[in-house]
Ligand binder design. Sequence first.
Ligand SMILES: [Zn+2]
Length: 413
Amino acid sequence: MPLTFTEAQLGGERVGVRCDGGTIAAIGPNVVAAQGDEAIDAAGAHLVPPLVNGHTHAAMTLFRGSGGDLPLMPWLEERIWPVEAKLDEEDVYWGARLACAEMIRSGTTRFWDMYWHPEATARAVEAAGIRAAIGAPLFDATSSFEELRDSALRSLEALSQFGPLITPALAPHAIYTVSEESLRWIGELSAERELPVQIHLSETEKEVQDCIAEHGERPAHYLDRLGLLSERTILAHGVWLDPEELALVAERGATVVSNPAANMKLAVGGVFPYPAAKAAGTAVGLGTDGAGSNDSLDLLADLKLFALAQKHAAADPTAIEAGEAWAVATGARAPLLGATPLEPGAPADFLLLRPDAPELGIGDLTSDLIYAATGAAVDTTVVSGRVLMRNGEIEGLDEIVAKAAERARRLGL
Ligand SMILES: [Zn+2]
């Protein structure tokens, strides 16, 4: 049934927005509900585009609050890897359902995921009604090229069975956990099948030093030589990319996704150089990373951290302005992430903010969204013309929280 919201606020006007068949059929001051539409009064609520989480590991909600103050390697070796070895499909499904609920609640309608049992994440995404590009994490540090190749092809086959909300992707974990041979093959497969690729890159200074010692070049140059730097590539982190690498990433059309909260929590010792990336013309997006290292999936809260970290690192309060930070978080600064425009013919994916949100009552809306609001300001989340949250309520949330907690207990977390 077509769905029409009326009396919402957009750019100082009162507007209606009519959704039909998953797209925006009409939007503007004169748009009203047609006969037979489901009509929702959105009086006073700001209509805004949704956020894109460019890098996460959704099911890691199960690991939230576990070993969060440990250094990186003991955290991975003692808390994460032994438990991940026991994970089954149902664990990942309920962990990802919880992640989807948290993202819907805080205004994210699309995310990029790298995690075990990717088809369980895809099932969770479809049940939740949001969108995701999903890839199985690919490693061959302790296995062989053949095993990595079989696992990649198997997961792509499984992910291709899902509907239009799911985009299958390749997700080599990092340059220090995947061999040169495998990375080369992943680059070729991505080009042949036009598959997006997501990889962690230049998260720590040690990773850069090790890359130079082993391959004689910095990480972005290494990836480029293996054919992995293209307009289909997402580089998560990029904290230690230098200006020359940023120029190369820009030339190849690849995207860097900054994860400021996870970088600060794991204390990587640097800030993603956004002003240099902007000067080089590099595409940039924003991500939360997994709840194991953040611990929240509230991208709106992380957007404030992103903007503040940039200003602080540059010792310059004009290093990034609110409108630009908002563009990064909505995907408008990276063609691969892609913003969702509020216009006829676009997918009917959008947010309505709480009309009574106290932090949005005074001042410029964009500025308030970056510096004052968190995801709690979101009232209604719509994806493909379906209402996934209304008045801050998500159907079935109690069951999702209970099931995820039960799975975490089963794993001894
Ligand atoms: Zn990550």
